[in-house]
Design a protein around this ligand. Structure first.
Ligand SMILES: Nc1ncnc2c1ncn2[C@@H]1O[C@H](COP(=O)(O)OP(=O)(O)OP(=O)(O)O)[C@@H](O)[C@H]1O
Length: 258
């Protein structure tokens, strides 16, 4: 199986402090992985390192390869990686429709600026994506008038439109109500069924869908465990990871923690 990501001995500094320590991580194309860890342990920093928004310290042993390549044109990399977070997109996105928001994925832009002309092929693909992410009803709704759950759905469509080969999901279910969380989870299940490579950061254990067979645990800037979900989604491990009492139950392959 070919490799999506290969990080070796990666250290990242932010604000003068090392926040990622000696990260070693290999991800094959087609894998679906959950990343868990307490606030501030470096999960988002890891995603930003993969998207080349942050760079590791240049050290002798450090290696970073994304889709097998150490160097990237950032526009091309942005197209091949679909990042979806809970952050509100910029102001220009708020006044475009769901359909237009999906089209912006082809240009990695925040809106359809006048110089960006969508081809017929792009338009057809955007219509397909609306169906793929079950957002046809949001086609003509202004992004700024959608609920947070609807916006997340369209943002996943935007990421997929540009033919992203890997989805990097950074706590996309934050601030969603129970129904929107479930809808988003179902969408992630269907994308996993289609073989989409995914790295999914979440604080909601129930978001770690059964297809995510590999779980990575981070603590204080380090990967402290990387293994099968059945070994790591245990009360003892989550208690140790988060430093608090955790009760866990399982139903239909989904875990619930409280
Ligand atoms: N812009 C920044 N400048 C300096 N330090 C930062 C910056 N952003 C984050 N950090 C620091 O980097 C460390 C890792 O932060 P990061 O956001 O990657 O953690 P996280 O695991 O994603 O947290 P959370 O679960 O709260 O989103 C933290 O100590 C944080 O304070």
């Amino acid at each position: 199986m070919s490799t999506f990501l290969d990080l070796q001995h990666v250290n990242v500094v932010r604000g003068g402090r090392t926040v990622l320590h000696d990260i070693n991580l290999q991800v094959a194309k087609g894998e679906q992985i959950a990343i868990l860890g307490p606030n501030g342990c470096g999960k988002s920093t890891l995603i930003k390192t993969i998207t080349c928004e942050l760079y590791p310290l240049a050290q002798e042993q450090t290696r970073i390869a994304i889709f097998g390549r150490p160097r990237w044109d950032l526009t091309e990399l942005k197209r091949r990686l679909g990042v979806v977070s809970a952050d509100l997109p910029g102001k220009p996105t708020l006044s475009i429709t769901g359909y237009e928001a999906i089209l912006t994925g082809f240009f990695s832009s925040s809106t359809l600026w006048p110089n960006l002309v969508a081809t017929e092929v792009m338009r057809e693909r955007a219509e397909e994506v609306l169906i793929q992410v079950d957002a046809v009803r949001l086609r003509d709704v202004l992004f700024g008038e959608m609920s947070a759950g609807q916006q997340r759905r369209v943002m996943i469509g935007r990421a997929l439109a540009g033919s992203a080969e890997c989805l990097l999901l950074d706590e996309p279910s934050n601030a969603l109500d129970l129904l929107a969380q479930r809808d988003l989870r179902n969408l992630i299940v269907s994308l996993a069924d289609q073989g989409t490579t995914m790295l999914h950061i979440t604080h909601h254990i129930a978001d770690i869908i059964p297809a995510m067979k590999r779980v990575i645990c981070m603590k204080e800037g380090r990967i402290v465990a990387d293994g099968p979900r059945e070994d790591l989604l245990t009360e003892a491990n989550l208690q140790w990871l988060f430093g608090t009492e955790v009760s866990l139950s399982e139903r239909d392959g989904f875990f619930h923690a409280w």
